[in-house]
Structure formats: structure tokens, C-alpha cells
Design a protein around this ligand. Structure first.
Ligand SMILES: Nc1ncnc2c1ncn2[C@@H]1O[C@H](COP(=O)(O)OP(=O)(O)OP(=O)(O)O)[C@@H](O)[C@H]1O
Length: 818
């Protein structure tokens, strides 16, 4: 190792291949080692060797992607730095690895690779003289050395200036000050370069040359000056300090420098832009922390992080947490650009019909425009699936110029999904609200929720993972739900519920031709010149292939048509190409399809070919009267209409309920039977065997009753020997005394009955007012029977009325359990 020319490193060096960090002569750097070759180097060379020589290794950047670090020969940089391993620490968690502390000695160049396994061994040529590190500065370069001497002196002065800007009470700064006078000036570039922040590439390329190091140093000084100016404008800004601290840590600045930032307010190695109009990105982050009360906590965590070994599991957790804190848009928002006229046009262009909803949304937006800090109720759009609730939410965001984010809460049963997990749990994460904010990166997006938050508490929403309050008051929440039944009353009270009813057949045709077909054509790369769907085909799809209140299924069917047409067109193209290749071979062309004529028209035959045979023919309801009954209502939660049926036949006189009935439905059925038994005489009801119990000898069955609303329908099982009209539907709630009370969702129910071919609808008297909401054509098609009590219902349900109902019988007094 030692020679007559001075101290020398071994001519053969084992090489540690690194992907991050550059070791420079005179600096001490920590490297994490986990690749197979490096692990072998540590275990076979550093841990087994006993001489000083065995602790000297070469550190050289490996330019190959670490992910692809296989057993192949690595692509090495030619120049590396020899160093002494001063500390080796091993750990088995989370995977086996070593952490090496290496002090750089001098540069070398690789002359040849001697072996690649188990670790890389190379023949090297030493580039720097080690003695110069021991020679006093004055003896190495003097003023007489001409240009180089001047440059060296300039560099020394710049280094002194840099130190003057740092906090001397920080040990590393004081140590640097001492080294500055004791080290030879040729070595200063390496020492200074290891302290200031530059890219690894720059560090590798400057090669210890003072000419290249001086611009780097000057840049640092300029950066610090700008930073100090900025800090003077906002002294004692703890948040700014925290942010710089954190950024320092992310940018691999030494911990001592980080500390000096805290104490003295300097931030080495950053270019700052004084132009306030054009704030740099991190400056924005600083502003983002304004107004939040998170800094003390973050600061504490950050300092803890700096003391923590990287291999500790808590390191990654803390780091992720701090990353999230900086990424969150604490005070970054988009500017609302609301123009009510433009909003009206946009809503009208995006959505057909929905007049009531659009009007209310415009009112809401107008009030927001006049009173910006509106603490209004949350809008909650309630309606069957596929009626455009989400789509209106998206349009509201567009009219406001805000980001839109949909948080699907369907199936969420754990509040941690929304509010996050406490950080003490393994695998803890923030909840969906905070994740959503991170995604949109602004604090005033439009959030569409299927459930709602309490608006009163939004200014201090606390995610369990974040564990500090985040102000959600700028977020515009819109909730959607298929039914209000599942929303807790306390929350419902805080929201403004806007009903979004289903569409009539005519409205669906319009929506399809104004929006859906165009969208589907675009999504499938087709044009109106290639595919034409006439209106009567659309009508056919709606009535024969879909049964829904919204248009989602219709949209899917249109998508299926587009796909089928796309195949035809693609096949046509292939045929054209084949023809071009072999025009003289008609036989070859014979079996192929000919290119279709454009546009491809979808008539009833084509429709059947693509979508298959007609599947939903509910018109069977309009057949002849029968003792069984069938009732069709919209199933809000499931998106389709529900079919309820019942039958009276010979049996035990028991009421049998099938299907998944809830308690309310079961109660209704039993109530109906109680009423029947109590009124058997009045209505002259006898059972099949002539006995007084009308239920004896009968079994009543109901099937597929999924919704609690059509309670009255159960009564249809009661009459014997009489035929129930098969084209009648009814809704309402009955009391023990036979009164008929109002229910909700009349429009949807009547539209569903209309879709199913029902001719007569029996409604509670107090729902008569809801008839005005029905489209004129639906009203004209149906015969409405308004019922105040069960007499009216029975009269309406049977052809020719029902015996006993016209008389002046008295209502029996039942003792109600309710
Ligand atoms: N009135 C309308 N005008 C134009 N397009 C509409 C209209 N109503 C619904 N649509 C379209 O129907 C599709 C389904 O709508 P959307 O996803 O908004 O339904 P939704 O009510 O939110 O359903 P869900 O309750 O299942 O979330 C969308 O492509 C939407 O653009």
C-alpha cells in the first residue's frame, strides 16, 4: 500500500456498486447494501478480513437500473472513489441487508475487471495523491502557482463566505470551518462538494477540479442569499421552516445542515426565484401549509425520523406520513369561475329533461355566487340507478371550474374506509376523503358521495391516519342515494333532497338520440356515417330489452350494437385488403363477407341478431283476469322493476310468504289477513268449504316481494271465487281500520306500471296531488282509482266492483299493536 512515491491504495480493489449517493474523497457516506454482489463483498471481504487493507474498497456508480440488477455484468462508471469502511451494521428486517459507513480516500479509474463473482474485483489506477491531504495548505498551492493559485484562493474565499452564512453553533459547520484552514486547498473542492447539494451526476463529473467546483459553490451562495431574503419577508414562519426542513431531508442534505436551516434559516443548494409572480414549486408547498396547525407535530416527527435508522419499520411509516402531509392541498384551491348563464347552457347541453333538478341546481349555484362562504345544506340527489345523478354532479364541477372526484361508498361498512386507520395499525392508510384530496391536489373540489358527512363538522374533519384536522369547508359535497330509506334521519335533516325520477319511454328515446348514441359511437371509434339507429329501433330496445327507470341498461345495449357494427366494419376492411392483394382470384374472395354498405342501419332484424330474442315482454299482464295476481313496481335498489305475484289455491288456510321479505312487508301481509278475518261477514266472504274463516282451505303465497312499498298489493290474495283484474296495480299503506294512507315515489311507481302494460292504478287519496308530476301521455294511458279506504280499493281491483263494499257497513274496531 505504501510506496516510495507516497501512500497508495491497493492496485486490485473489490468494488461496491452503488445506485444512489456519490462518495467523494474526504467525505463519509452511509450506503445501504442488499444486492447479491454487494452482500458477498461485505460478508467475504469486510467481515472476514483482518488487515487494514481488507477494509479498503472501491465505490463506483452502477448505471444499470437497480430493479434489473441481475447477475449480468454491471455497467460501471469508469471513475470511482476508494474508501475505508469504518462501520458495518447488519440487519435481517425487512430483508437481509448491511449498512456501511465509508470514508472516501481518493479517486481511481478502472483499468480492467478481474472477476465478477462473487463480487466484482478490478485492477485500478489511483488518480489522486493521498499525501496532499496531509500537507499544509500553504505548501501545496501558493500564490506563485499562477492561474490555479488565484482560482484556489477564490474558492477558499467563497467557502469562507458560505460558512459565514451558516449557523456556527452547529457542530458540522464549526468542524468545516476548522477544516477549511487546515486542509490543503486542492482537497477543498471534494470536501465542499460533499457538503453542498448538487446532483450525483455533477458530483461524478466534476472530478475534484477546482474550475468545476467553483461555479457549484457560487450557485449555493446565491441560493442562500435568496433564501435569506425570502425569509426576511416572513420571519418566524415556523411552517416555512418545517417545510424547508422536510425538503432538506428529502433532498439528502446532511442532518447537521438540516439543523442549521432550522436555527439560522438557510437552505443549501437550492435555486430560488425572487420573482413573486412565479413562485417556485416548493414555495407553493410552503404556502400550502399556511393556516394548518400541523407543523409542531410534523417537526417533531421529522426530527425523530432523522435519528431513526432507515431499516426500522417505523422509518417508512413516518416518512409516508410526512410525504402525505406535504402533498395535501392545505391551502391550494382552484378559483371558482361561475357564470350562471353558461352554467344553464352547460347543464341543458349535457342533460335532457330533468328540468326541476336543473332549476334547483342553478338556484343553488346562483346563491353560491352571491354569497361565497355559503354554509348551505348538502345537496342529495335521490333516484333510481342510471338517471344521471353522477352526471349532473360532474356538470356542476365543470360549471364551477372545479376538480371533480367521485367517492364510491357502496359496500363501505367500516368507517375507517372514510376516516382512515389510526397509524398504530399495521398497514394503516388515510381514508377516502383525504386520499381524494391528495388525488385532486386542491382543497375545493366537488366530491360526490353516496353517503354524507355532517356539514357542521367539515371545518375540522379529522382523518384517523392524519390525526390532525383538515378544513373541508371549501369542498362542495354532493351526495347521491337510490333511496332515502337508508339515510339516518339526523343526516337526512341536514341535506336538501332532490328527487331525480325515472324517465318515460319518450324521454329515454330523446336521451338516447341526443346523448347516448353519440357517446357510444365516439367510445367505439365509429361515426354517424357508419352506423344509424332509427328511433323506432331505440323504442324497441327500451321496451323489449330493458326494464329500468334510468338509461344505463339502454346505454349498455347501444354499446353492444356499436361493438357488433365495429366488427362488421373491421371485417369489411380486411376483405377490401384481400381483394387488393389478389384481384384475379375471385374464388378466394367468394367465402369472405363483402364490405357493408354505409351507414349500417339497425332495423328490427339486425337488432334481434345482435341482442338476441326479445326478453322482456311484460305485456302479458294485459291478458284475461285470473285468480293469481301480479304486481310490478320499480325496484330502486336493484335498478329493475319488481314483480310481485300471489295465488290463492286449496290449502291449509295459512299465509305463506316467500321471497326475501323485510319485517315491514311481513307485517303488512299479516295485517291484511287480520283485516280480512275481521271483515269476513261484512264482505260476505266464505271459504271454499263454506266455513266462517275465509282463509280456511286457502293458501296465499307471495313471491319476489323485495320492496316494502306495494303493501296493499297483498290484499289481492283475499277474494275468493272472484277474478282479480290482471291489469291493475296499486300502492298505499293500510291501517288496521282499513284506511289507505299515502306513500312516496308515486311517479316512479306509476311509470313502472305503465312500462309493464298495466291499465289501472289504484292510489291513496292523499297521493292524488302527485299525479301532476306524471307526463301527459302516461296520464292519458292509465285509469286512476283514488282510494280513501279499502272499499275503494276492492271496488277498483275487481271487475264490476266487490260485494259488500257499496253498503253502509261500519268499520270494525281492531285493537292495533302499533
Ligand atoms: N337526462 C340525461 N341526459 C343525458 N344523459 C343522461 C341523462 N340521464 C342519464 N344520462 C346518462 O346515463 C348514464 C348513467 O348516468 P349516471 O351514471 O349519472 O347515473 P346515476 O344516477 O349516478 O346512477 P347510480 O345511482 O347508479 O350511480 C350516463 O352516461 C349519463 O350521462
Amino acid at each position: 500500500m505504501a510506496s516510495g512515491d507516497g501512500i497508495q491504495i491497493p492496485s486490485r480493489l473489490p468494488l461496491l456498486l452503488t445506485h444512489e449517493g456519490v462518495l467523494l474523497p474526504g467525505s463519509t457516506v452511509r450506503f445501504s447494501v442488499d444486492s447479491p454482489r454487494n452482500m458477498q463483498l461485505v460478508s467475504q471481504r469486510l467481515l472476514k478480513g483482518t488487515s487494514l487493507k481488507s477494509t479498503i474498497i472501491g465505490v463506483i456508480p452502477n448505471t444499470r437500473d437497480p430493479e434489473q440488477d441481475t447477475d449480468d455484468l454491471p455497467s460501471l462508471h469508469k471513475i470511482g472513489t476508494a474508501g475505508i469502511a469504518v462501520q458495518v451494521v447488519g440487519s435481517n428486517w425487512p430483508k437481509p441487508h448491511y449498512t456501511l459507513l465509508i470514508t472516501g480516500l481518493c479517486r481511481f479509474s478502472v483499468t480492467s475487471l478481474l472477476k465478477e463473482r462473487p463480487f466484482v474485483l478490478a485492477e485500478v489506477e489511483q488518480l489522486d495523491k493521498l499525501e496532499q491531504y496531509m500537507t499544509p495548505a500553504s505548501e501545496v498551492v501558493t500564490a506563485e502557482d499562477g492561474e490555479l493559485g488565484k482560482l484556489s484562493h477564490k474558492f477558499y474565499q467563497a467557502a469562507v463566505q458560505l460558512l459565514g452564512m451558516l449557523d456556527m453553533s452547529v457542530p458540522v459547520v464549526a468542524k468545516f470551518r476548522r477544516l477549511l484552514d487546515s486542509l490543503p486547498r486542492e482537497t477543498l473542492p471534494d470536501v465542499v462538494a460533499s457538503m453542498i447539494r448538487t446532483s450525483n451526476k455533477e458530483k461524478l463529473q466534476f472530478g475534484g477540479a477546482i474550475q468545476k467546483a467553483l461555479p457549484m459553490l457560487t450557485r449555493q451562495i446565491e441560493g442562500l442569499k435568496l433564501l435569506q431574503k425570502t425569509r426576511k419577508k416572513s420571519p418566524d414562519n415556523e411552517k416555512t421552516q418545517y417545510l424547508y426542513l422536510y425538503l432538506c431531508s428529502r433532498l439528502c442534505v446532511s442532518s447537521e445542515q438540516v439543523l442549521s436551516v432550522r436555527k439560522g434559516g438557510v437552505f443549501p443548494g437550492r435555486q430560488f426565484n425572487l420573482d413573486e409572480e412565479d413562485e417556485d414549486e416548493d414555495g407553493d408547498d410552503t404556502a400550502a401549509l399556511e393556516g394548518s396547525s400541523t407543523e409542531p407535530k410534523c417537526l417533531k416527527l421529522h426530527l425523530k425520523l432523522k435519528k431513526m435508522p432507515q431499516s426500522m419499520p417505523e422509518f417508512a411509516l413516518t416518512r409516508n406520513y410526512l410525504d402525505l402531509m406535504v402533498e395535501l392541498p392545505w391551502s391550494k384551491s382552484t378559483k371558482d369561475c361561475l357564470d350562471i348563464r353558461a352554467a344553464r347552457t352547460l347543464l341543458d347541453n349535457d342533460h335532457y329533461a330533468m328540468d326541476k333538478l336543473k332549476r334547483r341546481v342553478l338556484e343553488y349555484l346562483a346563491v353560491r355566487q352571491l354569497k361565497t362562504l355559503l354554509k348551505g345544506p348538502i345537496l342529495c340527489f335521490v333516484g333510481p340507478p342510471g338517471v344521471g345523478k353522477t352526471s349532473v354532479g360532474r356538470s356542476i364541477a365543470r360549471t364551477l371550474g372545479r376538480e371533480f372526484h367521485r367517492i364510491a361508498l357502496g359496500g363501505v361498512c367500516d368507517q375507517s374506509d372514510i376516516r382512515g386507520h389510526r397509524r398504530t395499525y399495521v398497514g394503516s392508510m388515510p381514508g377516502r376523503i383525504i386520499n381524494g384530496l391528495k388525488t385532486v391536489a386542491v382543497n375545493n373540489p366537488v366530491f360526490l358521495l353516496d353517503e354524507v358527512l355532517d356539514p357542521e363538522q367539515n371545518h375540522s374533519f379529522t382523518d384517523h391516519y392524519l390525526n390532525v384536522a383538515f378544513d373541508l369547508s371549501q369542498v362542495l359535497f354532493i351526495a347521491t342515494a337510490n333511496t332515502t330509506a337508508t339515510i339516518p334521519p339526523a343526516l337526512l335533516d341536514r341535506m336538501e333532497v332532490l328527487q331525480v325520477p325515472g324517465y318515460t319511454q319518450e324521454e329515454k328515446v330523446e336521451i338516447a338520440h341526443r346523448h347516448l348514441i353519440q357517446n357510444q359511437l365516439e367510445q367505439h371509434g365509429l361515426t354517424p356515417q357508419q352506423l344509424h339507429i332509427p328511433q323506432d329501433t331505440t323504442q324497441n330496445i327500451i321496451s323489449s330489452y330493458t326494464r329500468e327507470a334510468g338509461v344505463r341498461s339502454l346505454e349498455r345495449k347501444l354499446g353492444a350494437i356499436c361493438r357488433a357494427v365495429a366488427v362488421k366494419i373491421a371485417e369489411g376492411h380486411t376483405v377490401t385488403k384481400t381483394e387488393a392483394l389478389s384481384p384475379e382470384n375471385p374464388a378466394q374472395r367468394g367465402d369472405k363477407a363483402t364490405p357493408p354498405e354505409m351507414p349500417i342501419m339497425i332495423d328490427h332484424v339486425a337488432l334481434k341478431d345482435i341482442l338476441g330474442p326479445l326478453c322482456l315482454r311484460w305485456r302479458c299482464l294485459s291478458g284475461s283476469p285470473c285468480p293469481a295476481w301480479l304486481s310490478v313496481w320499480p325496484g330502486r335498489r336493484w335498478g329493475g322493476d319488481l314483480v310481485c305475484g300471489g295465488q290463492s289455491d286449496g290449502g291449509e288456510g295459512q299465509l305463506t310468504l316467500t321471497g326475501q321479505l323485510g319485517d315491514v312487508m311481513k307485517e303488512s301481509a299479516h295485517l291484511a289477513i287480520s283485516w280480512l278475518r275481521a271483515n269476513a261477514k261484512t264482505y260476505q266472504l266464505t271459504n271454499m268449504v263454506g266455513g266462517p274463516d275465509p282463509m280456511e282451505g286457502r293458501t296465499s303465497t307471495s313471491t319476489s316481494l323485495l320492496e316494502p312499498s306495494p303493501r296493499m298489493a297483498l290484499l289481492q290474495v283475499l277474494p275468493y271465487g272472484r277474478l282479480v283484474r290482471s291489469d291493475v296495480a296499486m300502492t298505499g299503506e293500510i291501517t288496521l281500520r282499513g284506511l289507505v294512507l299515502p306513500v312516496g315515489g308515486i311517479k316512479d311507481k306509476v311509470l313502472a306500471a305503465h312500462r309493464a302494460g298495466v291499465k289501472r292504478v289504484i292510489l291513496p287519496k292523499r297521493n292524488e296531488k302527485d299525479l301532476v308530476e306524471l307526463p301527459a301521455n302516461v296520464r292519458a294511458d292509465l285509469d286512476f282509482v283514488i282510494a280513501a279506504n279499502l272499499d275503494d280499493v276492492l271496488n277498483g281491483a275487481f271487475d264490476g266492483g266487490f260485494p259488500g263494499t257499496a253498503g253502509t257497513h261500519t268499520q270494525p274496531q281492531l285493537s292495533s299493536k302499533l
